[in-house]
Design a protein around this ligand. Structure first.
Ligand code: NAP
Ligand code: MG
Length: 400
């Protein structure tokens, strides 16, 4: 068989533990037999990051900016326990995802993969809801303090030009807690650009919510930036595509999301996105079926699974056991990246291959062959067989 040709390299970021094992299986069984893969490979496994003083992560992110499309395997973010497990670590390296996100200035979009045997907890949901979380500032970069005498707090800004702006926060008569938050016009704008761009690229409506009736200046700024950008830059394209941009208050958004059929992007401020993405993903099913894509304002894409390296399964794998780890979100990271590469380079057969591979995954799961995590979510397991990862992947291959 002639393998499908590529013109521009795909940036491939390898990772750790069970997902690294699945990564190789996916490539060997589902990609390489069909695609003459042109990739620029970066090993983001923990030991390779350690050997290169984490330069490999920076290089991979820059390659993503250069070529436009990357696919990433889950990686270990070291913590104290990992420092003991890997005594050779020179330091507690930062999260690779955080490093890549800050170099790309990107927004993360998470969407579930749905199959008919697993019904979302919310019965009206028929199509995936994609959550876009702004990942800069607000309480995540806030300054906080406690005071215990009566007094007054002020918010003071001192400009480098010597100017000063100040407003009273509150006078208190006893012990109190305080918090100072900020965000940046540039970061909010990048967030908005990524959201409008991703809505256009996927043909889905975009919802955005804040609490600007209460936070008239702070949340009001977010709303203003989104609405201005929409009017000036995206309105025509949205109308041409037949999609809409819809702003509403966060509490109204929550009510509407629950009553909706799904099939749209919900852009959230940092905290709302943190909380709502866990709510939405749990209601749809399993973290193992959640995809994630980092989109930069310039239109660079990095596809991955939302889950981690599945450590517990990896330890069983090391003991020689066959595990039933779910490779579907990682396969969809590959199909997302290949489809996007095909679109950008005008390679229809590459995009069609991505569709076909996804269909093979759906056909396999709908026929009742699934990994164990999914059987736990099914009400009816009649005719369902839980298989190990390798058997699942081989079945998918036979259906391509
Ligand atoms: P995790 O790897 O997502 O796994 C948590 C649990 O969820 C697993 O033990 C497993 O449950 C279930 N699970 C997740 N993915 C699965 C899959 N594909 N198939 C079947 N079951 C799956 O999260 P974690 O244990 O908190 O983190 C492990 C490592 O991953 C950490 O070192 C963390 O730093 C890293 N991490 C990386 C990323 C990333 O690179 N994007 C994201 C999150 C975490 P059972 O064991 O009950 O079967
Ligand atoms: Mg969360």
């Amino acid at each position: 068989m002639d393998r499908i040709k590529m013109t521009t390299p795909l940036v491939e970021m390898d990772g750790d533990e069970m997902t690294r094992v699945m990564w190789q299986m996916i490539k060997d069984e589902l990609i390489l037999p069909f695609v003459d893969l042109k990739s620029e490979y970066y090993d983001l496994g923990l030991l390779s990051r350690n050997d290169t003083d984490d330069q490999v992560t920076v290089d991979a992110a820059n390659a993503n900016r250069k070529y436009g499309v990357a696919v990433k395997c889950a990686t270990i973010t070291p913590n104290r326990q990992r420092m003991e497990e890997y005594p050779q670590l020179k330091q507690m390296w930062k999260s690779p995802n955080a490093t890549i996100r800050s170099i790309m200035d990107g927004t993360v979009f998470r969407a579930p993969i749905l199959i008919s045997r697993i019904r979302p907890v919310v019965r009206s949901w028929e199509a995936p809801i994609t959550i876009a979380r702004h990942a800069y500032g607000d309480i995540y970069k806030a300054a906080e303090m406690v005071t215990d005498v009566p007094g007054e707090a002020k918010l003071v800004f001192t400009g480098d030009d010597g100017s000063e702006k100040s407003i009273p926060v509150q006078r208190v008569e006893g012990p109190a807690v305080w918090q100072g938050q900020h965000n940046l016009d540039s970061s909010i704008t990048s967030f908005a650009e990524s959201c409008f761009g991703y809505a256009l690229s996927t043909g889905q409506d975009l919802w955005f919510s804040t609490k600007d009736t209460i936070s008239k200046t702070y949340d009001g700024r977010f709303r203003e930036i989104f609405e201005k950008l929409y009017e000036e830059k995206y309105k025509d394209e949205f109308e041409k595509k037949g999609i809409t941009f819809f702003y509403t208050l966060i509490d109204d958004a929550v009510a509407r999301v629950i009553r909706s059929k799904g099939g749209f992007i919900w852009a959230c401020k940092n905290y709302d996105g943190d909380v709502m993405s866990d709510m939405v993903s749990t209601a749809f099913g399993s973290i193992a079926m959640m995809t994630s894509v980092l989109v930069s304002p310039e239109g660079n894409y990095e596809y991955e699974a939302a889950h981690g390296t599945v450590t517990r399964h990896y330890y069983r794998y090391l003991k020689g056991e066959k595990t039933s780890s779910n490779p579907v979100a990682t396969i969809f990271a590959w199909t997302g990246a290949l489809r996007k590469r095909g679109e950008l380079d005008g390679l229809t057969d590459l995009s069609e291959f991505a569709d076909r591979l996804e269909k093979a995954c759906f056909d396999t799961m709908e026929s009742g062959i699934v990994t164990r995590d999914l059987t736990l979510l099914m009400e009816d397991t009649d005719g369902v067989t839980a298989v190990d990862t390798e058997t699942f992947i081989k079945t998918v291959r036979s259906r391509i």
